[in-house]
Design a protein around this ligand. Structure first.
Ligand code: GLC
Ligand code: MG
Length: 601
């Protein structure tokens, strides 16, 4: 607890100093300084923001970032050796995918021991070194807390499954079979198949929202909640800067377990429909916040599938449970049924813009904060996901970068996004590693789609595309490992790698760096409010960011055709950054992005 007490003391001293100086600084956790009325979208000064609101966050897929010991698997020492790359991108928070002890049924999202590092990734000492070395560069480490479930090899579970009356028997969700011996309900897990697994010893089923190797914890049990608070506090004491809360919308289950209306020809219904965002969940999360976060300077970001813009005020903001939540609206824009990768939905740019604008407006109004992201380790690469087929990858990567780095909120980048990575398209399902990709493929085949259709879905949505090794240089295995990588390095590595892109002034990487620097120089890009313009324009995403520091007008052509707009909005403005050498006000080349700033007179 030492670390937290020091933080609390510093906070107290700073408050006293500020009060003595007669200066009032709005702090978002100080409810007296925060109003949740309609007009709270006031002009903010730079110092009203907290460290994590002013930085850029970067997700590292630990397995794929950098291998230091030649076993083909990324590790903590590998990350420590590449911190300068992150520093040059302006990154101040690094989210590590789970690196705890795990049998890796879901690449670490199945945790067997929350208090130790998996030996494949290193030791606790390596973690302490990473935290310290990152700290020297003003970078905080963010841990992924997987609290909806554990691994089936976690001791909590191995004990729980022994009998119905041991100390941990109620730590997971056990239920009796239906009379005919079948699972208690027709719920289908997120990764496919029944969400219930039979355990012969207990003669009961246990619930798993994801894989059978990922049994769900029973949050109703106060001992479970206490054990999870202890885990989180252990990491706070290690000096981490925040937590990403995995699959957090599923922790609360309905009071009664009932069959749902089937949404698949096999008679099952997605567990998401039955359990996401169940009433009462916020009580648990408020309690977590006071037990873990209060009195610290860490931030929390929840993975919130099932939370929409209207729900946001309950989740983030002055009275919310987290500082930020990752919403799913835009990532699912093309996918009506998450289980079925063969049926996609058409969408238009105004649909896409409306999702962001709704969240931007709600978070701004409630003084909440927004994590701006297009990619993570579960999603396709954004160039393939959000741009028209055939879009030039460098121009497209830059256009999307402009969006991520100029919206209101903390940008979250996925490793490789800054290099312009695209999806892999391997020929056979056997080439893929991710268990959920394999299950989605099987589901398609079972539903009667052809092999070709099923593979088309895999090429479009496979999580492996976000997980191929990071590309450092054009040497063998892209400089990721001296051994054989656990997942193949993508074939484009000779061109798209950190070393080559650093040399090339027109690279996607140098554009990211330029945008990161621009945020520092024109701080309205961090602090300003957000106002969308030209909403009905089918090609251009445009908005204004304004604070007392200035007024920026951002125009991004997300289409592959030239576009035009009414130049009056930039009449008294000058170009401060653009993807092309020149820009004529009122028109944009395909995939061109420009940032204008109003000149003061
Ligand atoms: C989250 C993670 C995903 C994982 C799942 C189960 O959605 O982002 O990678 O498979 O939870 O833990
Ligand atoms: Mg290694």
């Amino acid at each position: 607890m030492k670390f937290r007490r020091i933080i609390a003391l510093i906070a107290l001293l700073m408050t006293c100093a500020l009060l003595l100086g007669g200066c009032v600084v709005a702090h978002r956790q100080d409810s007296s300084a925060v109003s949740s009325t309609e007009d709270a979208q006031t002009v903010r000064s730079d110092d009203s923001l907290i460290w994590w609101q002013k930085t850029i966050a970067y997700e590292i897929y630990v397995k794929s970032f950098k291998d230091s010991d030649g076993d083909g698997i990324g590790d903590l020492n590998g990350i420590t050796s590449e911190l300068d790359h992150l520093k040059s991108l302006g990154v101040g928070a690094v989210w590590l995918t789970p690196c705890y002890v795990s049998p890796q049924a879901d690449n670490g999202y199945d945790i067997a021991d929350y208090y130790n590092i998996d030996p494949t990734y290193g030791t606790m000492e390596d973690m302490e070194t990473l935290i310290a070395e990152a700290g020297k560069r003003d970078i905080r480490i963010v841990m992924d807390l997987v609290f909806n479930h554990t691994s089936n090899e976690n001791e909590w579970f191995t004990e729980s499954r022994l009998s119905a009356d041991n100390e941990k028997s109620d730590w997971y969700i056990w239920a009796d079979p239906k009379e005919d011996g079948s699972p208690p309900t027709n719920w289908r897990s997120i990764f496919g198949g029944s969400a219930w697994e039979f355990d012969a010893t207990r003669g009961q089923y246990y619930l798993h929202t994801f894989l059978p190797e990922q049994p769900d914890l029973n949050w109703e049990n106060p001992e479970v909640r206490q054990a999870l608070n202890d885990v989180a506090n252990f990491w706070v004491d290690k000096g981490v800067g925040g937590f990403r809360m995995d699959a957090i919308t599923y922790i609360k289950k309905p009071a009664e377990f009932l069959d749902g209306t089937p949404d698949s020809s096999n008679g099952t219904v997605s567990i998401h429909t039955m359990t996401a965002n169940t009433d009462g969940i916020l009580d648990y999360l408020h309690a977590f916040k006071s037990a873990v976060q209060d009195g610290t300077d860490i931030f929390t970001v929840g993975e919130a599938n099932g939370v929409s813009a209207e729900d946001l005020p309950d989740w983030v903001g002055a009275d919310g449970v987290f500082d930020m939540v990752f919403e799913f609206g835009h990532v699912k824009i093309d996918l009506p049924d998450e289980m079925n990768w063969c049926e996609t939905r058409e969408w238009t740019l105004p649909d896409f813009k409306a999702l962001f604008t709704a969240s931007q407006e709600t978070t701004a109004r409630t003084n909440g904060w927004y994590p701006m992201f297009l990619e993570n380790h579960d999603q396709p690469r954004s160039i393939d996901h959000f741009l028209p087929a055939g879009a030039d990858r460098v121009a497209g990567g830059k256009a999307l970068a402009a969006l991520v780095l100029t919206m209101r909120g903390t940008p979250f980048l996925m490793e490789g996004e800054e290099l312009g990575f695209v999806n892999v398209s391997w020929p056979s399902i056997d080439d893929y590693n991710d268990v959920s990709t394999k299950n989605h493929y099987q589901y398609a085949i079972d539903e009667g789609y052809s092999e070709e259709e099923a593979m088309a879905g895999v090429h479009r949505f496979a999580r492996d595309s976000a997980r191929t090794p990071m590309q450092w240089d054009s040497s063998s295995q892209a400089g990721f490992t001296a051994g054989t990588p656990w997942l193949p390095v993508y074939e484009d590595y000779a061109v798209y790698n950190v070393a080559s892109e650093t040399e090339d002034p027109d690279s996607v990487l140098n554009w990211y760096i330029a945008l990161a620097n621009l945020r520092q120089e024109h701080t309205e890009l961090m602090t300003g409010d957000y106002e969308e313009i030209f909403h009905d324009n089918e090609q251009i995403f445009a908005y204004i960011r304004e604070s007392e520091a200035g007024k920026a007008i951002i125009l991004i052509n997300l289409s592959t055709a030239a576009a035009s707009y009414d130049p009056a909005c930039v009449e008294n403005a000058e170009l401060i950054l653009g993807t092309n050498d020149k820009n004529e006000k009122g028109s944009l080349a395909p995939l061109e992005a420009v940032i204008y700033e109003e000149t003061k007179n």
